[in-house]
Design a protein around this ligand. Structure first.
Ligand code: ZN
Length: 900
């Protein structure tokens, strides 16, 4: 079929009504765009005034058409396209039509007006679109009353900013030009190369062409930014030219970026040394975003962050300082794994995120060994394991069946399970060998795309391993779940044999099938005699790949009083269980384990408890030795588990106070020793431990002596100064949120009102976060409602909303109150959060639930609403299952065991 070329006059009309024209038979692509029309380069021009509600743009795309066609498919959402011109290879212009073929998915059909043979085409679009209000695409934010426009394209929001082939597999160079108000400043992926007046108070800035990028890494920002300069990052063995570095922040804030700018060169050098590949872009800007949906975004050359991660002062909370470094290392690692080598499709998002998470830890271990990023990897993996125990858990390489699978792919499985699995196989082949494989992978796929097999093969080649290795690696990528390694010791023919079996870890109440096989590198540490004496003070490690349901290893040189730790160095992504005797032996020797192994031990107690093998009383006994560890995360590891027992509704008041006693006994002396104010020259760990313990002891376990100290600081912070403002800086910066929380719990409405009045007057993100934490701590149902209503109002940024809705889930009454509020405000919540938050909505509403009735109501509410936002279905499945498992675990408890 051949359609007529319509006269120019009609094009404006035709753009909105393309569907009225007959189209050739070609289904709207579901999922990926076809490969017979492939973009080669883009020129993007935007005219943006952040003070306006809309912007306009011109997008020119060179496209290689490899089959004769009268149309092609691409992506665009909420774009009002007024003109499409198609220029063929001979230079003839054709008038095109732009038809939104699937508005929900953002798929667009562009008709050429006639069939064109395979050739290079140039498509030029003129359009206008709204500045997005939900932090995606090109969106609008304000700071201190001044408007800014900035971008967040990942994963599939570039289509809100410009028409294009919005998939990671299409990497091309981009040229960006921005026409903006004369008084404003703009930044983009690359260096600015030209500025020209554009008349009527406008100017046009042009930026250098990028190296090949996918659409999701395109970035720019417009507004009255302030810019902090820093010395260039010096050249090194992998980069011959100095690298310009700048910090970008809202007006007047850039001076607070000196700390981050000072840390950045060491991160870049560490990454260049690891990858053996110089930072590839022509400059590096880090930008503190006034409001942001994710934590940070690795846009090539223009990395954007939530502002509190970059704006640091002398008295910033220790948590923010450490978080800033970790997140910066993560985003900069992406400049290689993600930006230089990009996933080909979203099922391999782990190639970006798992590697950046794993690499971030490596960089942090090198530059700030005192941050103990090695332990972050262990706790991160353990956090992922609880999600991975769900039947509804994602796989690391989850097939993508629709946009919902793309939006929900950015979860703990991708980041933390992924990083742990990478670390496990790195440990198995050795760090140097793994690095060799990574360097080969970057070289081979630089400025292009890769799939999982490219990476796994590259590591296998470096290690001289074959299909068994690939099979083992893939067994963790392509199936969900946590391996459960059960062990037993046997003396046989004068040898000590450790029998191993594997299955899928399933908690009490799970409906899953436990039969599942992985290729697990199992490393076991066991006690050997020291200096010929049989005291099992020394140890050895033995590793083997367990790739069948059962296996065994012979332990050489064991002592008679041997003990076994079935996850040596906690390098394996699996949980383990021991027989009662072996568990007792390990508990007795827990002080001989490394810090990471002590965390693996804590996890084993949790696994046995959730598996139904030990009761709460056993768990308390086994966890107690960890509480005296000098290491922050080890010492506090038991707190989460005890918290679940503490809030279990079957527990009586007497049992609960017994638990509080346990906690007081274990932790209060530490907290009192630390004191409630930061000391000169103390370590970041001390500041973090103070904050962690004060929060847990004061707000969770409600120890009166801790609450009294926090209340004192809270009251002082709430005292109005002569200018009417609160005196927030008087409290310890690490304790401010908890201090305000105790004050809000004790004094109620006056505190809530004071914080609600103060928040809009405060732009400092760390202070805002503390005030939000204080508000989220209220317990009185009427006040809780007031706080949640406030969460939906303008003074609370979109990115801050969740922190106010998160709290108040410990008791049935609190969860009922949250449920009533959520269901009554559902429409407003949905309108504010946008599509990216779809997967989290069921958790917002019902997370923390622990009864069959709560499963029923969340199902009944969301089932008819699955299409309201992408990812609701997965969020609903996981939230329902978590509630059901909690309910089953609760039913199994014998709270009397606590009083044993
Ligand atoms: Zn990332």
């Amino acid at each position: 079929m051949r359609r007529f070329v319509r006269p120019l006059l009609l094009t404006a009309l035709a753009c909105c009504c393309g569907a009225a024209f007959a189209a050739t038979a070609d289904q709207v692509p579901q999922g990926r765009l076809p490969l017979w029309a492939v973009p080669q380069s883009y020129a993007l021009s935007f005219k943006v005034d952040p003070a306006q509600d809309d912007f306009s743009g011109t997008t020119t795309i060179k496209v290689k058409l490899s089959k004769a066609s009268d149309h092609l498919w691409l992506d665009g959402s909420e774009l009002k396209v007024s003109k499409v011109a198609i220029i063929d290879a001979a230079g003839t212009a054709h008038v095109g039509t732009y038809t939104s073929a699937d508005p929900k998915a953002g798929v667009v059909r562009v008709d050429f007006g006639s069939t064109l043979k395979p050739q290079m085409l140039t498509l030029a679009f003129e359009y206008t679109a709204p500045l997005n209000a939900q932090l995606q695409g090109l969106y609008k934010v304000s700071a201190k009353g001044q408007p800014y426009a900035m971008t967040q394209m990942e994963p599939i929001s570039a289509r809100f900013a410009f028409p294009g082939f919005d998939e990671p597999g299409f990497k091309t160079p981009f040229t960006i030009s921005l026409t903006i108000p004369e008084k404003d400043t703009a930044v983009a992926n690359t260096r600015q190369v030209k500025e020209t007046p554009a008349g009527d108070g406008w100017k046009t800035l042009e930026f250098a062409q990028t190296l090949p990028l996918p659409t999701y890494l395109v970035a720019f920002g417009v507004g009255p930014w302030s810019i902090a300069t820093a010395p260039d990052i010096s050249p090194d063995a992998y980069r011959t030219t100095p690298l310009p570095l700048r910090g970008i922040a809202s007006a007047g804030e850039a001076h607070r970026m000196q700390h981050v700018l000072g840390e950045t060169p060491s991160i870049i050098h560490a990454l260049e040394n690891y990858y053996g590949f110089g930072y590839p872009w022509d400059k590096l800007d880090v930008l503190a975003a006034p409001d942001f949906s994710a934590g940070a975004m690795e846009n090539a050359g223009l990395v954007t962050f939530r502002d509190w991660l970059l704006l640091l002062d002398e008295d910033s909370p220790a948590r923010n300082v450490r978080g800033s470094f970790n997140v910066t290392a993560h985003e900069l690692a992406h400049q290689w794994t993600g930006d230089t080598v990009t996933l080909e499709w979203w099922n391999d998002i782990w190639l970006n995120e798992a590697f950046a998470t794993w690499m971030q830890q490596k960089v942090t271990e090198q530059v700030h060994p005192e941050y103990r990023a090695d332990l972050d990897r262990v706790t991160g993996a353990q956090g992922a394991m609880s999600n991975d125990s769900l039947v509804s858990a994602r796989k690391i390489r989850q097939p993508i069946t629709g946009n919902g699978d793309i939006e929900t792919a950015f979860d703990g499985i991708t980041y933390k399970k992924g990083a742990s699995v990478i670390g496990m196989f790195e440990n198995y082949v050795g760090e140097k060998t793994f690095q060799k494989g990574m360097q080969a992978y970057i070289q081979k796929h630089k400025f292009g795309n890769a799939v999982a097999d490219d990476l796994v093969s590259s590591i296998a080649t470096a290690a001289g391993k074959g299909n068994d290795f690939k099979h083992a690696f893939n067994s963790f990528l392509d199936q969900s779940g946590v391996p459960y390694v059960q062990t037993s010791l046997e003396q046989k023919d004068g040898k000590t044999v450790l029998h191993l079996s594997q299955s899928r870890f399933l908690p009490v109440g799970s409906t899953g099938d436990s039969k599942r096989i992985w290729g697990i590198p199992v490393c076991v540490r066991y006690g050997t005699a020291a200096n010929g004496k049989d005291k099992a003070q020394s140890s050895k490690v033995n590793c083997e790949v367990l790739d069948k349901a059962t296996g065994s290893m012979v332990l050489a040189g064991v002592s008679q009083s041997t003990w076994i730790m079935p996850n040596a160095n906690a390098s394996g992504y699996y949980r383990f269980s021991l027989g009662k005797k072996e568990l007792g032996d390990l508990t007795a020797h827990v002080g001989l384990l490394s810090d990471a192994e002590q965390l693996a031990y804590a996890d084993a107690i949790d696994a046995s408890f959730r598996h139904g093998d030990i009761d709460a009383g056993d768990a308390l006994v086994a966890l107690k030795p960890l509480t005296s560890s000098k290491i922050l995360v080890v010492a506090t590891a038991p707190l989460d588990q005890i918290e679940w027992i503490y809030h279990n509704e079957a527990v009586t008041d007497a049992q609960r106070s017994k638990l509080a006693e346990w906690v007081r006994d274990a932790y209060l002396p530490r907290l009192q020793q630390l004191g409630y104010q930061r000391k000169d020259g103390e370590s970041g760990d001390d500041a973090l431990l103070r904050s962690e313990l004060a929060g847990a002891l004061g707000l969770q376990y409600k120890l009166p002596e801790v609450r009294a100290e926090l209340l004192k600081q809270g009251e002082a912070a709430l005292k109005r100064q002569p200018d009417g403002r609160l005196n927030l800086s008087v409290a310890d910066p690490d304790l401010l949120g908890d201090a305000l929380g105790v004050a809000a719990q004790e004094q109620g409405k006056p505190v809530v009102d004071a914080l609600i009045a103060e928040l809009p007057q405060t732009s400092d993100a760390a202070l805002r976060n503390s005030m939000l934490a204080g508000l989220a701590s209220v317990e009185d149902p009427a006040l809780t409602n007031e706080v949640r209503d406030f969460a939906l109002s303008k003074p609370v940024k979109v990115g801050e909303m969740a922190s106010l809705v998160r709290g108040g889930r410990d008791t049935q009454a609190q969860r009922d109150a949250l449920w009533s509020w959520f269901t009554a405000h559902y429409t407003q919540i949905l309108a504010r959060t946008g599509s990216f938050a779809g997967g989290y909505l069921p958790h917002f509403a019902a997370g923390g639930g622990c009864s069959a009735a709560e499963v029923d109501r969340v199902q009944a509410f969301f089932k008819p609403r699955l299409k309201d936002a992408d990812g609701v279905d997965r969020g609903l499945a996981q939230t329902s299952e978590s509630i059901q498992l909690c309910s089953a675990l609760k039913a199994k408890q014998d709270p009397a065991s606590i009083l044993r």
